[in-house]
Design a protein around this ligand. Structure first.
Ligand SMILES: Cc1cc2nc3c(=O)[nH]c(=O)nc-3n(C[C@H](O)[C@H](O)[C@H](O)COP(=O)(O)O)c2cc1C
Length: 359
């Protein structure tokens, strides 16, 4: 294949290079992958009403996220096991995000310790994504380590009481190859993930160790043990968005986990509208799922999102060319955002408002 022109080309290249088990883990979703397909279709159904003659000789896509300036409104989403794509894994993503001037959200299920990720790009900015373990001391220790390592927010993922049933993982007997582990938790329960069998070792691990009994009191507890702002990831209903605000969250990420949890869960565009109406004036709202083009980002901003997260695209970049590949993905998003803003007649992020959405 010739040099990738867009992110779909890049995915095709990554697919050629990755073992089937890894490609399927990254690309796949729950059950029939209805929500995976829906996520992208949701953005493609949005229509924009551009303004013209707006002097777009210079366009500035920078903004702020929880008060932190970012060069453009895209964060790298927390994705487990970056080390399956490239030996530098999360460290490569850290360097690429830092040089692009965007925030990296680092998963609990990283294949590098959270301290090593921070050390890889000391000038970068990052949030720690937390999965709550049944053992509260394990959870507390992760929070304390993230604070000590300079993470700037705690992103608590609330849509995984159990792992969604990812049938590609079951078919492939998904497991971690030798040398790749959940470094943040080592040596705690590491053996749970090493096993290879006709089932998903990930599902076994999650269902044994993560806490399915979480409720809103867990958010209060987490807020009581950290000074970091708390962002809840995986909110789709306005009732939960309101509760998030009442429980002191600084932000919510409207997300169906890239279609990997409840198949049939509503797509990002519809949920974003609902959540914005409920809490848009009370906290920052971000959105992810199926965002593959700069104009999708601009549409999300026009609907009120502060920024978006991208997951799979940076994994494809990482698989194809490590840090340089992730850099290329972020650059592609930045260039596409700038061009979409220019063609929409918007010079600054503040100009991207609801009047850009048709209908
Ligand atoms: C391979 C993979 C691993 C993921 N691991 C996590 C994780 O550890 N924690 C989390 O909160 N979300 C996780 N997610 C969900 C992403 O953070 C994000 O919500 C989703 O990927 C966005 O959709 P997109 O991939 O279509 O951009 C993962 C997604 C993928 C594709």
């Amino acid at each position: 294949m010739t040099a990738p022109v867009n992110l779909s080309d890049l995915e095709a290249l990554a697919r050629e290079r990755l073992p089937q088990m890894v490609y399927d883990y990254y690309a796949g979703g729950a059950n029939d992958e209805v929500s995976v397909a829906e996520n992208r279709r949701a953005w493609e159904a949005v229509r924009l009403r551009p303004r013209v003659l707006a002097n777009v000789a210079s366009v500035d896509p920078s903004t702020t996220v929880l008060g932190r300036r970012v060069e453009f409104p895209v964060l790298t989403a927390p994705c487990g096991f970056n080390g399956l794509a490239h030996p530098e894994g999360e460290r490569a993503v850290a360097r690429a995000a830092a040089s692009a001037g965007v925030i990296q959200v680092v998963s609990t299920a990283a294949t590098t310790t959270l301290e090593d990720v921070a050390a890889a790009a000391p000038g970068g900015h990052r949030w720690f994504q937390l999965y709550c373990y049944r053992d509260r001391e394990v959870t507390r220790s992760l929070v304390q380590r993230a604070e000590a390592a300079g993470y700037e927010a705690l992103c608590i993922t609330v849509d995984v009481p159990y792992l969604g049933r990812r049938e590609r993982e079951i078919r492939n007997g998904f497991h971690l190859p030798p040398g790749v582990t959940l470094r943040n938790l080592e040596p705690y329960a590491a053996a749970e993930m090493a096993a290879s069998e006709r089932d998903s070792a990930l599902a076994k691990y999650v269902n044994a160790l993560w806490d399915p009994s979480l409720d809103w009191s867990a958010i209060d507890w987490l807020r009581s043990i950290t000074r970091l702002p708390v962002v809840l990831k995986g909110v789709l209903a306005e009732e939960d968005a309101k509760l998030a605000a009442e429980h002191g969250a600084a932000g919510v990420i409207v997300s169906n986990h890239g279609g990997r949890q409840l198949d049939g869960a509503v797509g990002p565009v519809y949920a974003l509208r609902e959540v914005m109406q409920a809490v848009g004036d009370r906290l920052e709202v971000y959105v992810d799922g199926g965002i593959r083009r700069g104009w999708h980002v601009v549409a999300a901003l026009a609907m009120g999102a502060r920024a978006v997260l991208i997951g799979r695209p940076y994994l494809w970049g990482l698989a194809v060319d490590g840090e340089a590949g992730v850099q290329r993905v972020l650059e592609t998003f930045r260039n596409e955002v700038v061009l979409a803003m220019a063609l929409a007649g918007r010079r600054r992020v503040a100009d991207v408002d609801g009047t850009l959405i048709a209908g």
